[in-house]
Design a protein around this ligand. Structure first.
Ligand code: DAT
Ligand code: MG
Length: 138
């Protein structure tokens, strides 16, 4: 198995709800390594690049506004098959139906807003991971 790196973001809702420690604990308990970590308040331009695949979708503007609403913790995480593995720890996109035992399933819910406030981001492929890591860790 190849050792990979992925970008994990603890989104503004996760930081505001003081879930940073719990989320880091789960990443470490799974056996992944924290390679780099920073607390960031990104520019709109970083978020536009980060979410460029979603530009034009109905949730795009609320998503960018949400991501600008408070500090984010950006983490470079390493491990065997960590890209897929962290997506599994995070759970599916909609926190209402994400499986219990996952980060989104245990701590997320639907708040009746125009965007899913689902606590974390994880890169979805090796290509995305390389692109996103270079964006968040210059
Ligand atoms: P993921 O974060 O699980 O990779 P994604 O890349 O499809 O999901 O979407 C990016 C973010 O946009 C997601 O975490 C929450 C928000 N989002 C996605 N689909 C949505 C929808 N149908 N309604 C509201 N927000 C949505
Ligand atoms: Mg995605």
């Amino acid at each position: 198995m190849a050792v990979e790196e992925t970008l994990v973001l603890i989104k503004p809702d996760g930081v505001a709800r003081s879930l940073t420690g719990e989320i880091l604990r789960r990443i470490e308990a799974k056996g992944y390594s924290l390679v780099d970590i920073r607390l960031v308040q990104p520019d709109r331009s970083v978020l536009a690049k980060h979410y460029e695949e979603h530009e034009g979708k109905p949730f795009y503007e609320p998503l960018v506004e949400f991501m600008l609403s408070g500090p984010i913790v950006a983490i470079r995480v390493a491990g065997d098959r960590v890209i897929e593995g962290f997506r599994s720890l995070a759970g599916t996109t909609d926190p209402t139906t994400a499986a219990p035992g996952t980060i989104r399933g245990d701590f997320g819910r639907d708040w009746g807003l125009r965007v899913q406030q689902n606590l974390v981001h994880g890169s979805d492929s090796p290509e995305s991971a390389a692109r996103e890591l270079s964006l968040w860790f210059k």
